[in-house]
Design a protein around this ligand. Sequence first.
Ligand SMILES: Cc1cc2nc3c(=O)[nH]c(=O)nc-3n(C[C@H](O)[C@H](O)[C@H](O)COP(=O)(O)OP(=O)(O)OC[C@H]3O[C@@H](n4cnc5c(N)ncnc54)[C@H](O)[C@@H]3O)c2cc1C
Length: 398
Amino acid sequence: MTESASCDVCVVGAGPAGLSAACTLADKGLSVVVVGKGRGGSRPAVCGETLSPSVSDVLVDLGLDRTFANLQLRAVSGFRSTWGSSHATWRPVSMMSRGGGWHLDRQAFERVLTDHATNKGIRHFDGAVEQIVRAGNRWRITGRAFVRPIVAHVVVNAAGRQGATPAARTRRVAIDKLISCMATIPNRDGDRDDTVMIDAVEAGWLYSARISDRWRVLMFFTDGDLLTARTEMQLVRHLQAVLQNAPCVSHTVSAQELGEAHGIKVVPCATLFGIDAQEDSWISCGDAAQTFDPLSSMGIAEAMGDAVDAAKSLASCLGGDGAALARHEIRRRRRFLEYLRRRLAYYAAESRWPNASFWSRRRNPMDIERFVSKFQGDARSVTGRPEESNLRRVDSPT
Ligand SMILES: Cc1cc2nc3c(=O)[nH]c(=O)nc-3n(C[C@H](O)[C@H](O)[C@H](O)COP(=O)(O)OP(=O)(O)OC[C@H]3O[C@@H](n4cnc5c(N)ncnc54)[C@H](O)[C@@H]3O)c2cc1C
């Protein structure tokens, strides 16, 4: 792609958040360019994600509910877990008002979002953004995939947990050090079980789900500083040892099957909260703004909901409502605080290992108090950006 582009908004990152933001901005009449460097981001291409039923609200907002239904994703049939007791419990989805969500085919899902953006006439460059610099009252966005720079009035950073560029303008506060050690294992013949399996163990928790007719994923979540295994062989042995104390997950994967696992890897999953520099023409959304513990299955739905809210607020601001972005920021902080409270309650329900670092760290209400004192304090720090923005739409140069 050698074309260059000038636009109102350049969205960096073509994941669920970036594409949701781009579609919303285009619906508001803004000219939008999306730059994305391929699928996946910091997340592995296949990681057995579960899509929360709460995504339905944002899909309706985007006008994608019917297209999504046509994807016919496999519904989660229930949750079997040991959490707070060694006794396995079964939660059928019939007990849940909105069901249990879906086992996500991430590629198919992102294709739906990409097609939706293309149908709205949104320009999409496939490639990595390498530099974003301020030039006068605009941003200059460069990368090898586009020979001439993109010139934009506003940048929406939707580049996932890694951020848009190394010199990103979004500062992150880490709430924990969660990582996932994940393995993909060939399915047993005839395995059609769509139950999500979860076991709490002394150093974290294990998750197993069927991701296709051929594969099942197993993930061990722990803190990065608690995992000493490094090589693939050490990681397999470590997972095999953890599996011995995981009655639900070991029902679906044996130690021997784990020995046949493909591509064992360790990926970052920490809960992060991002603060944009006080520049109202730079707005982060989705994982670039905040991340959630995969235990919650909230990541994708929250990323899309946050992106739509950020995009609507940005459009209002450009249209003359100077306080719209500050209100968005207050909503974002409230939602994150609610998440921290739920996270605390969920981890506190497991008390079998009172001295284990993984669990005692998560049962600490100080996380919440620190967050409240840092971000809910005086009026200026509540928003992190000017309460009354002067950002207004200007004609894009052609
Ligand atoms: C192990 C693991 C398990 C998870 N399980 C679940 C789950 O079960 N349910 C759930 O809802 N969520 C889960 N999540 C979280 C979920 O994956 C994220 O919340 C979601 O992908 C966030 O979407 P996003 O669009 O904000 O970011 P991403 O999906 O990370 O998308 C960002 C995009 O930006 C691109 N990009 C990055 N840098 C640049 C650049 N410089 N230039 C151009 N493009 C760039 C990336 O390539 C990527 O395509 C899990 C995450 C992990 C790590």
